[in-house]
Design a protein around this ligand. Structure first.
Ligand SMILES: NC(=O)c1ccc[n+]([C@@H]2O[C@H](COP(=O)([O-])OP(=O)(O)OC[C@H]3O[C@@H](n4cnc5c(N)ncnc54)[C@H](OP(=O)(O)O)[C@@H]3O)[C@@H](O)[C@H]2O)c1
Length: 277
């Protein structure tokens, strides 16, 4: 059985789907008793994880596992698990944004390395799904107000991260590997908005705003400080120097990484009035 923490997140959910499709037995960890997964998936509340037997491999989402990560991996090892795949960020290797965020990811990697399990680390670029934050503005006005329009990253499609995770969870020869997962195309924020416009067949624009204005707007909307800190810190750095681009997805999966344009087409409904947010 494979245990997926953060199973309702964009990476966890797709990893569950891929593994179940391959016929693998999956336990999905979530606090939500009503979470829906493919038939056959075992739903596990985080407090019940220590009661699960027969786990071979774990997908560790440090945010979801939080302070229970060390105990969770220790228990898994004692009960015969072989490996852990940890979701991390490429800022650990290519610093951008505030140091405390990459330190959190580094700590998650260290927990996996110290667990005694075989480990694989997935250091990802910014997820394409982060741009779902633009959906409300796009639906309402067709203009995204944001700071640092020229900040460039090779955004990764979270479905590609999940495909690599599923591979590393089921194949032992990825042990001891640290993979840098990005898309293959470096795009500025305005170019991403234009790609969404092409997918929606609508002219969209990006309006530059001062970072302070964006921060105030986020705080006024009830978001914690952490959200603008995380976003604006990294965008400021990516405006100075583009984030890295790798071909790791292509090397591991034998096909190119999905493009942002593909992601935009596949998520059109989220940006359409009345569509899911
Ligand atoms: N977004 C990015 O650009 C990016 C880039 C690199 C790495 N990452 C990392 O990749 C990992 C996966 O991200 P993701 O967006 O798929 O999902 P995620 O943020 O890990 O969240 C997945 C699920 O974990 C649970 N969860 C979240 N916060 C929690 C908390 N404080 N305490 C307990 N449970 C919590 C929630 O599930 P339930 O409510 O169902 O319990 C949530 O749906 C995260 O660790 C993230 O930090 C993200």
């Amino acid at each position: 059985m494979i245990l997926i923490t953060g199973a309702t997140g964009v990476v966890g959910r797709e990893t569950v789907r891929l593994l179940v499709e391959e016929g693998v037995e999956v336990a999905a960890v979530t606090r939500d008793p009503h979470a829906r997964f493919p038939t056959g998936t075992q739903l596990v509340h985080p407090t019940k994880v220590p009661t699960i037997e027969g786990v071979e491999a774990i997908l560790l989402s440090p945010r979801a596992a939080g302070s229970t990560a060390v105990d969770l991996l220790a228990h898994a090892r004692e009960t015969g698990a072989a490996r852990v795949v940890v979701l991390s960020a490429l800022t650990v290797q290519y610093p951008a944004g505030h140091a405390r965020f990459r330190q959190q990811f580094h700590a998650g990697e260290e927990i996996a390395k110290d667990s005694g399990l075989d480990w694989t680390i997935l250091r990802s670029a910014d997820f394409a799904a982060n741009t779902l934050a633009w959906a409300g503005q796009i639906q309402a006005t067709g203009t995204v107000r944001g700071a640092y329009p020229h900040a460039r990253t090779s955004t990764v499609d979270e479905r590609d991260i999940a495909a690599v995770a599923a591979l590393a969870l089921t194949h032992p020869h990825h042990r001891g590997q640290t993979y840098l997962l990005t898309g293959e195309q470096s795009l500025s924020q305005s170019e991403k908005v234009a790609a969404l416009g092409a997918a929606l067949d609508r002219k969209l624009s990006f309006a530059e705003a001062a970072p302070d204005e964006i921060r105030r707007g986020m705080l006024a909307a009830g978001l914690p400080d952490e959200v603008p800190d995380r976003l604006l810190g990294s965008l400021a750095d990516y405006a100075r120097e583009a984030g890295p681009t790798t071909d790791t997805v292509r090397r591991l999966l034998g096909r190119p990484a999905r493009t942002y344009a593909t992601w935009a087409r596949d998520h059109r409904a989220a940006f359409t009035a009345g569509g899911p947010r």
